[in-house]
Design a protein around this ligand. Structure first.
Ligand code: NAP
Length: 440
């Protein structure tokens, strides 16, 4: 236990971009309150950056900035890493641990790729590793999973954890816009990067899903083990079809315990009923729905990104870790004792929406139903409706119909083989849409 109440706790900040700039500003502006909450002053001893001459528009002492982050981490009690990416962030964090510093990071990519290495190094050094800001920005979520729910059994985590894709899908839903148009709108508002690949292809959400699953199920899950499908193939027609069913399309991160004791972790677009709590999550907001044996259903909602919201989570961690420095002890380390097997996507069970463009002639429905039955996929509802104007001259619209089928829960592999066989039926012109249905 360190004693002198006046001795500052030395903070090194690595990175001074969107998040780091907000952390530095709040740390300086709220210094007196933070000192009172921690029991000792928090002193910013340096800020590691890549470009010293960058105009940051921040009211900070220029002498704090350094290009030598390796040296900076050796003279800190707590290192805040908000550089992002794998290297040099990983080496700097490991170096911080070697020098006895605790680490607060917002780096989902690194945690999802190499979390166990970081935990092991923190353990060896007897220090803390906190990362609340890595998933869902400002929303207190990881500490509730890691601490508040430590006495319960989490069965499912269903989350909207990427604000960019939620904005894009919400725009498509509310205006009828296509994917490209909605991405451009997100870019104009600063919700999407110039290169939106990490968001729209689901990489960002997959890293977060890995972190959530690891905490929820006390099992190591890496980003590579997460099934990932982005939203680039979601069309205006899919969004309209969801509307027709009383649903909305969302990019979901889904972590669940299966009946046979495995863990399924997947990120993909899915239809959810408009009555589900996640359906009302609009624009760039995030929300995570958690089901636990004893607690029942819980919902966490708020801003998942942005300088100040993310800095709020970083500073919350900083205060927690600083309090440990003052009072002694550490927060919880890695909990991976359950070591559950991570399931293949083919074994994941969900309901499906399937839309087929078929010949409008006797026997089609029976032929289609047989394919589903042969693959052991049970049909919940089937509806035949007029074909929407397609602009495709290769068929006579008068002889075509659209079959809209919703299945009961079935393994992903069974649905895949169903679709493959449907495409071989002469009466099926096209499988126009296949989407998973969640949240009932
Ligand atoms: P950013 O705006 O790109 O800032 C990155 C900062 O790191 C910059 O200040 C940059 O220095 C510095 N940097 C880059 N390479 C460096 C190196 N080799 N050595 C030292 N400094 C280096 O990034 P950000 O949006 O703040 O994100 C930071 C982290 O927070 C990432 O892990 C991200 O995933 C996470 N996060 C971000 C948000 C958000 O809303 N932005 C939300 C949740 C989590 P220069 O300024 O000199 O270029």
């Amino acid at each position: 236990m360190e004693s002198d109440k006046q001795t500052p706790i030395r903070i090194a900040l690595l990175g001074c971009g969107v998040v780091g700039g907000a952390v530095a500003t709040l740390l300086t502006a709220n210094a007196a309150d933070l000192a009172a909450r921690v029991g000792r002053p928090l002193q910013l001893v340096g800020i590691g950056v890549r470009r010293l001459d960058r105009d940051r528009g921040l009211d900070l002492d220029p002498a704090l900035f350094t290009l030598d982050s390796e040296e900076l981490v050796t003279r800190a009690d707590i290192v805040v890493e908000v550089i992002g990416g794998i290297e040099p962030a990983r080496s700097l964090i490991l170096r911080a641990f070697e020098h006895g510093a605790s680490v607060v990071t917002a780096n989902k990519a690194l945690l999802a790729e190499d979390g166990p290495t970081l935990y092991a190094a923190a353990d060896a050094a007897g220090v803390d590793l906190y990362y609340e800001a890595a998933v869902a920005g400002a929303i207190p979520l990881l500490r509730p999973l890691r601490e508040s729910l430590a006495g319960d059994d989490v069965t499912k985590v269903l989350g909207i954890v990427n604000g960019t894709t939620n904005y894009v899908l919400d725009k498509m839903d509310s205006t009828g816009a296509g994917f490209t148009e909605a991405v451009e709108a997100a870019q104009a508002l600063g919700y999407a990067e110039a290169d939106p690949t990490a968001d729209v292809e689901g990489f960002d959400a997959a890293a977060k899903a890995a972190i959530l699953a690891s905490l929820a199920f006390h099992t190591r899950v890496s980003a590579q083990q997460v099934y990932r499908e982005g939203i680039t193939e979601v069309s205006a027609a899919d969004v309209q079809a969801a509307k027709d069913m009383g649903c909305v399309v969302k990019l979901l991160a889904i972590c669940e315990r299966s009946e046979d004791g495995g863990v399924g972790v997947r990120v993909h677009p899915a239809m959810i009923p408009r009555t589900h709590p996640l359906a009302g999550v609009r624009e760039a907001f995030n929300a995570v729905f958690v089901e636990a044996d004893a607690a029942g259903e819980l919902m966490f909602y708020g801003r998942g990104a942005g300088g100040n919201p993310t800095a709020s989570a970083v500073l919350g961690d900083l205060v927690a870790v600083a309090r440990h420095r003052v009072g002694g002890g550490r927060g919880p380390g890695e909990s991976a004792y359950a070591d559950l097997p991570v399931l293949d996507m083919g074994d994941s069970r969900t309901r499906y929406f399937v839309s087929l463009d078929v010949a409008d002639e006797p026997g089609v429905l029976a032929a289609v139903a047989t394919v589903f039955a042969d693959n052991a996929v049970s049909i919940e509802t089937v509806r035949q409706q007029q074909v929407r104007a397609s602009g495709d001259d290769s068929y006579d619209d008068g002889q075509r119909a659209e079959l809209v089928i919703v299945t009961h829960a079935a393994p992903d592999s069974a649905l895949a083989s169903t679709v493959e066989t449907l495409l071989e039926l002469p009466q099926v012109h096209e499988v126009s849409s296949v989407m998973r249905v969640e949240g009932d």
